[in-house]
Design a binder for this molecule. Sequence first.
Ligand SMILES: [Zn+2]
Length: 337
Amino acid sequence: MLKRIFDRIISKLAVVRKSIFPKKIILNFHNLKDFRSADFGDVCTDLCGDVLDVGLFEEEMKWLNTFADFVSLNTLLNEETKPKKWLVAVTFDDGYASSLSYGLRICEKFDIPMYWFVATQFVIDPRSLPWWDILLHIAKEMDSLLEFDGLQGHYSFNLKYRSEKLRFFYLLSNEFKNLPPSGRDELVENLREAVKPYLDLPENEMVRPSDIANASRSPLLQLGAHSHSHPNLALCSDRELEREVKEGRRLLQEWSGQEVTLFAYPFGKRKYLDPRCPQAVLDAGFQAALTSEMGYINRNCDNFMIPRLCVDGRWDLTTFQARVLATDIISHIKSNR
Ligand SMILES: [Zn+2]
């Protein structure tokens, strides 16, 4: 409640910035779903900020279109002068099919260049379901006791209760994000075994290589690398890190024929990176790398730690407006908490 009032005040205060102090900002989206038609369930919308209603996405683009110019990511990053108007670049991460079926379709409607950072392992292997989608699927579908061995102990969740679904999702998300690739894969296997008697896990919702080849023909779409298996890069060995950074780009270039020059870090936050990560991206020949740390683009930005506003599916339009217009104020408040 307090948060909503805060966002309302911020969006009112910040409205003057729409015309007087224009900024450059990169937005980041993940998975879009139609909340009206999908049997999505309110549990999932509470749980995962990475899933956004397609109707809301369209409203957000429509609102931006009233005062901002949509530009390509390269234009935004290379524009040296202070903008006279707001400049917005739109990025999608991970490689969900919805980025094309909904995202690109709406981008075409508003003539928005779209930069798409794809993690390639999910594209190659339909059975490779990202752990966060496994957690979402289990939280949504299971209503019984779930017990399994985690890597640090035994877990037990009574998924009949909403509070337990939340505890399951957040506790496991935190554990997954802090595991090296081998530990992550082991925990995924343990989970798969544990739920086998109760439900079948579906194939992932990502595009396949042929979709990427077709989509790359759109003049509005540009591809970027997002690692191969979407690990916590800071917990990769040097060899794993190098492979993750290079393999994703190699495959995307092979499928699309496009040159891939930008990289977006998996999970995107500073806390999941170490100094080897930007260095590995630089050494691999990328021109720049993007994070999910909040901020506007200005000439002080480090080319390998470029900020983006990661748009949360749980925000309403007012909160989105507040976040866009006052990204710097909100990130300042957050960092001083
Ligand atoms: Zn990602």
